[in-house]
Ligand binder design. Structure first.
Ligand code: RAT
Ligand code: ZN
Length: 422
């Protein structure tokens, strides 16, 4: 059906963005079969590492060790008191908790954490997964599956990871590229004949390790996070692992290599897993890896705001590169809007505007509510410009475009149908 007025156009876009199911291409969530690797509930929400870092800013006298020696519930109490009672929760990570509580139907006027805790006790994980996926309108999420994590490996050996098509797999291989001096030991323990100095059969054995895990978990892609000084090509262990192991395996398996570039790990180790930061990276490294390996598909996101424009331009030049998401410190409304606007202007719909990076199931609600609102706002402007220029749109065309942005472009890039699509 054709859209006749600008008001009709905006209303239709907003409703379509709100109701179109999402494929969330990068999260740290797990299916129920992974047991306690799946995090959910108010205490997990409040102890999200983004909030831990924010809490410490308001508690200059709190020794780091005191916080780390507390139970999870005590940590959550302190974060609630600091960020929600003694201050107003308008940072994006705090606002996220407010959005979740509100959408779950909890009474925000009480600000009573113990009351909120009781609410979550009524659900089993399985019921809660259904509830959150339905409230957030997320059809499927990609997990981050780490073969270097002994606990997760044991879950795979017990048969986890099967029978829930809403939870997709992604093979995360950071230690191989960022910590070879430990990683080779883990590979040896798993029965691979690798040597620290890369001698003998090391290259073939690393490939065999990747192929075995691809066979075991059937990942959508292989992924790594990389430091801000990532270089390519490079005469280093990382350079060799990429060129001689990962790229040949990605090529042969026909799955993309996902690069998340720009992390400075542990700038403040006292903050533990909340202690990572970011730095601007060299777009030349991205340009070279994608253009010299045109028969490999790359999913790329960068962490520094300063890299975003050049990343989008690089994607214009290389169709084997699909840019995704507003990652981590970029997942804030002002930056999502800026980036989404720029990407749609440079790349049209050949982009994945957002992923959630959720670590806690409930966060799907706020990460997607907040991003959908911004994506809709940008789209209203873009379609509005077309409308004012005289271009008339059918509702079905808008539905097609939005389905692409929220998942279709990803599945097209993979060359696979979305298994969770009905
Ligand atoms: O956004 C985050 O939660 C970060 O801690 C990281 O997990 C990052 O997204 C990553 O995947 O390395
Ligand atoms: Zn992540």
């Amino acid at each position: 059906m054709a859209i006749r007025t600008e008001e009709q156009l905006s209303a239709f876009i907003q409703e379509t963005v709100r109701s179109t199911p999402v494929t969330d291409i990068h999260t740290h969530l797990f299916a129920e079969s992974f047991g306690d690797l799946l995090l959910w509930g108010i205490d997990e929400l409040l102890t999200y590492h983004y909030l831990i870092a924010e809490m410490f800013r308001f508690r200059p006298d709190l020794p780091y060790e005191t916080f780390w020696s507390m139970t999870k519930q005590q940590q959550a109490d302190l974060i609630w008191q600091t960020l929600f009672i003694e201050n107003s929760p308008y940072s994006e990570a705090c606002r996220g908790v407010v959005t979740v509580l509100s959408r779950l139907g909890l009474d925000l006027s009480t600000r009573d954490l113990n009351e909120y805790r009781k609410y979550f006790e009524q659900f089993s994980s399985s019921e809660y997964i259904d509830r959150i996926l339905s409230l957030s309108g997320v059809r499927s999420v990609a997990m981050t599956n780490d073969p270097f994590d002994a606990y997760e490996r044991a879950r795979w050996e017990e048969g986890a990871g099967q029978n829930d098509s809403r939870f997709l797999t992604a093979l995360r291989i950071d230690p191989l590229l960022n910590g070879w001096d430990q990683a080779y030991l883990t590979l040896q323990q798993q029965g691979y004949q690798v040597a620290q100095d890369f001698s003998g059969d090391t290259i073939q054995e690393v490939r065999r390790f990747l192929q075995d895990w691809i066979g075991r978990i059937d990942p959508l892609y292989m992924a790594v996070s990389l430091p801000d000084d990532f270089a390519y090509p490079e005469a280093s262990v990382r350079g060799r692992v990429i060129d001689e192991c990962i790229l040949p395996v990605a090529r042969e398996a026909g799955i993309p290599f996902a690069l998340m570039i720009g992390v400075k790990r542990q700038v403040n180790p006292s903050l533990k897993y909340a202690g990572d930061s970011l730095g601007r990276s060299d777009i030349g490294a991205v340009e070279r890896i994608v253009s010299r390996n045109q028969d490999v598909k790359f999913l790329i996101t960068m962490l520094s705001r300063e890299n975003q424009h050049e990343l989008a331009v690089t994607a214009r030049k290389n169709r084997n590169l699909l840019v995704f998401g507003c990652w981590w410190f970029l997942n804030n409304p002002s930056l999502i809007e800026e980036m989404t606007r720029m990407r749609l202007e440079l790349l049209g719909g050949s982009v994945i505007p957002q992923h959630s990076d959720c670590r806690i199931l409930d966060q799907l609600i706020y990460k997607w509510d907040h991003s959908r609102e911004i994506i809709a706002k940008v789209l209203c402007d873009k379609y509005g410009d077309l409308f004012r220029a005289g271009w008339r749109l059918e509702e079905e065309e808008i539905q097609r475009d939005i389905a692409g942005l929220l998942g279709g472009a990803f599945w097209n890039f993979l060359g696979k149908p979305d298994p969770a699509a009905v």
